[in-house]
Ligand binder design. Structure first.
Ligand code: GTP
Ligand code: MG
Length: 191
């Protein structure tokens, strides 16, 4: 056992360990999930095409190798989210902070995910995206709408409390702001 662990450590140190953290990009359509994926992968803004089919990419962010799954967010695409829940290491749930008319819908999808048994121990990063826009909701406003309080131990959203880390980060993918901190935060649960 000791030898096996030691061997794994050496492989990890050398960057040769095969395992990559499986991470799902979820959220309503138009939130910015694919834009984030392209930014992480190529450091550029790709043109907007709604995601119809799940797309997977291997990425290295910091010291962690990620296998990301970018799933479409429109209503029919959401039906297959659950096919990806097995063996997930983290969820990135993205929200468009300028689209107030859909905050309730986003909150219900998030609540649903947090209440999903298969994901009950999976850390969640919630990204409030598009803060470069002048009409973006503030962090406080978003937290209120999502019932997400800064101290998650008093989180009123069922499934968001003890035993599972949940944190909100405000970001602008287009301005390359905010998401690096989010990946740094999630990395601590993946090693
Ligand atoms: N202003 C601004 N626009 C953004 C930002 N991130 C993404 N967008 C825009 O939001 C739109 C939707 O982005 P996508 O990445 O395609 O959204 P998605 O979440 O993948 O959507 P689906 O694939 O339909 O689920 C695009 O027009 C992006 O350019 C941002 O940080 N700021
Ligand atoms: Mg997409």
């Amino acid at each position: 056992m000791f030898i096996i662990n030691w061997f794994k450590d050496v492989l990890a140190y050398l960057g040769l360990s095969q395992k990559s953290a499986r991470i799902l990009f979820l959220g309503l359509d138009n939130a910015g999930k694919t834009t984030l994926l392209h930014m992480l992968k190529d450091d550029r803004v790709a043109q907007h095409v709604p995601t119809l089919h799940p797309h997977s990419e291997e990425l290295v962010v910091g010291k962690i190798r990620f296998k990301t799954f970018d799933l479409g967010g429109h209503e029919t695409a959401r039906r297959i989210w659950r096919d990806y829940f097995a063996a997930v290491d983290a969820v990135v749930f993205m929200i468009d902070t300028t689209d107030r008319s859909r905050f309730n819908e986003a909150r219900e999808e998030l609540r649903h995910l947090l209440e999903t048994e298969e994901l009950s121990t999976v850390p969640f990063v919630i990204l409030g995206n598009k803060i470069d826009k002048p009409d973006a909701a503030s962090e406080d406003e978003l937290r209120q709408h999502l019932n997400l309080f800064s101290n998650m131990s008093v989180n009123s959203m069922k499934g968001g409390s003890a035993g599972r880390p949940v944190e909100l980060f405000m970001c602008s993918v287009i301005r390359r702001m905010g998401y690096a901190a989010a990946f740094k935060w999630i990395s601590q649960f993946l090693t």
